[in-house]
Design a protein around this ligand. Sequence first.
Ligand SMILES: NC(=O)c1ccc[n+]([C@@H]2O[C@H](COP(=O)([O-])OP(=O)(O)OC[C@H]3O[C@@H](n4cnc5c(N)ncnc54)[C@H](O)[C@@H]3O)[C@@H](O)[C@H]2O)c1
Length: 422
Amino acid sequence: MAPVSLVVIGAGERGTGYARWARRHPDRASVVAVAEPSEVRRARFAAEHGIPAQHAAADWRELAGRGRLADAVLICTQDRMHEEPARAFAALGYHMLLEKPMAADEAACRRIVAAIERAGVMLAVGHVMRYTPYTRAVKEIVESGQLGDIMSVEHLEPVGFWHQAHSYVRGHWRRSDLATTMLMAKSCHDLDWLQHVLGQPPARVSSFGSLTHFTAANRPAGAADRCLDCSVEAACPYSAPRLYRGLLDRGGRGWPLSVVVDEFTPAALDDALRYGPYGRCVYACDNDAVDHQVVALEFPGAATATFTMTAFSQGGHRRTRLFGTRGELTGDGETIRVYDFLTRAERLITPAPAGAMNVADGHGGGDAGLMDAFTAAVDTGNRDLIMSGPRESLASHLAVFAAERARLNGTVETIPPYSGQG
Ligand SMILES: NC(=O)c1ccc[n+]([C@@H]2O[C@H](COP(=O)([O-])OP(=O)(O)OC[C@H]3O[C@@H](n4cnc5c(N)ncnc54)[C@H](O)[C@@H]3O)[C@@H](O)[C@H]2O)c1
């Protein structure tokens, strides 16, 4: 069988990462065209994948204007640039891997699903957490019935102090009008994961949370607008020079440094810290992303769950406890412990280690798992291989939108069912 041919839209962090999988698996997939406005990124990407100049465009519209060039498209542009290319490439008959969030609002998500279903193509949304060996193991345990009926869930996303500062205070996802809400940007994965593991979407949600710390009110006396000019930088845990220079000194070349500079030199980094968004004081940014949030969920059948996302942590894997009528599961993203109420014995399960749950490390094997499943689905025509298809992804996006409404309005929201209408 010929490898699945791919077009990549957006040669940024995600597009480059997925394409790297294709390069490592040339028998499974090959990238034949790219659209990317940044000349540096486009040239680097085209060279890496041997893409001829006429198939390396500055804008996705150029490629869409040429009809169907490949079996599938990977849409890896920023959050607010998903709907238009998704609908255009679906209409051209491309199977599609679409990065999360599908779109910034509910109506746009529904329009994407309608376009996909109208075209009859396959869609995999970038819910990479569904595809990790760890998640597969947790889901298998739940489905085996060992825990009995799940009654309660406790789930934590410890975003991490520097990751919050990088992405959600200084970076791309700092403002909901430019990108999306914090809950959608970071934790659509978590609400989707809970839906996946429990086997059904939640029915009702409430939520609390706010941007509390990364505001002008908490700016230390003597702090400057930029870390490079700041007299109290040495005492600040969120210092940009400490984070990025430290990474550069240790030979870091990938995320998050690759978001800050295109060239990995001290001079380029100093320039970025002096003039770019990533050198700004975390207390003097134009951010509105919340820095801590809690969501309470009720599932049909009465199971309840709480989800906490917080900036104020060391970071690391999500942590989860599932409380069932016959046993309790504790998971730290790597190791799973299952305590059986009948035997009072504890069993330890360690799925194949697959790296940290971040972009640099391929999301604990999730990025590779998604590419593996998606390309196999396109190759064989078996859409069941895709675990993050249009309807289940839409359902978890609807839960995120409802939770955010609940937070903003102080309400308990009923999550609308997917109606099938575009
Ligand atoms: N699944 C996950 O776990 C995960 C993790 C991180 C980010 N994301 C999502 O992936 C998406 C991409 O994130 P990223 O970090 O790779 O962003 P990025 O900014 O690194 O990459 C986006 C790229 O799109 C390019 N672009 C802009 N306009 C374009 C156009 N008209 N045509 C083609 N390309 C265009 C940009 O120049 C940029 O290189 C976002 O929606 C983000 O929320 C998903």
